[in-house]
Design a protein around this ligand. Structure first.
Ligand SMILES: [Cu+2]
Length: 188
């Protein structure tokens, strides 16, 4: 055993750490997968991927349940990254509405939404649509405060909310694995 190279010694340690990691990830993911009662987005206005003549005053997202009004956030982002959402989203039955500032240029918009599902879990997603006509680009720009909401420390758009806790757990495990491997190498 002891005549093995360090390269050989490392391998079982790495795979054991990998197994632990996989088990922890599974334990974290299974309850999320099992609780399939999240509300889901069933339709959008404008329709996902559609082209409309001009930007509506209000964007609508319809869910299969009534989301919890608190903590929802909808951004209407143009190709330059400006957020044209005006004020907070409003939940009316199963529809979450978001007012849009006037003066949007023609182009493709990405709606980044995050609402709290009726089962208490935050859910999020994006969809895009295109407006054919609009203001001259740069004629009106949304306020800086709207473009960069400072109150929230959002994970990157599109990342589910569990990514950060899982990432932290993985880093801790990797750190612990490293310490174990280091001790083993030191004592051999
Ligand atoms: Cu849920």
């Amino acid at each position: 055993m002891n005549q093995d190279t360090t390269g050989r010694l490392r391998r079982p340690t790495t795979s054991r750490a990998g197994a632990v990691l996989a088990a922890v990830l599974l334990a974290l993911l299974v309850p999320i997968g099992a609780a399939s009662a999240h509300d889901t987005l069933v339709s959008t206005d404008p329709a996902t991927g559609s082209t409309v003549q001009e930007m509506p005053q209000k964007i609508g997202l319809t869910y299969d349940n009534i989301p919890i009004a608190m903590g929802s956030e909808i951004r209407v982002v143009d190709a330059d990254g400006n957020n044209w959402a005006q004020g907070a989203p409003k939940v009316t039955n199963r529809v979450v509405g978001q007012k849009v500032q006037p003066g949007t240029p023609a182009g493709t918009y990405t709606v980044q939404w995050r609402v709290v599902s009726s089962d208490g879990h935050p859910i999020q997603g994006t969809f895009t649509f295109t407006t054919e006509t609009g203001a001259e680009p740069g004629a009106a720009t949304p306020s800086a405060a709207d473009a960069a909401p400072a109150q929230h420390t959002d994970p990157a758009p599109g990342l589910p909310p569990w990514v950060i806790p899982v990432g932290v757990a993985v880093l801790i495990l990797i750190g612990a694995g490293g310490v174990i491997a280091w001790r083993r190498l030191g004592t051999d």
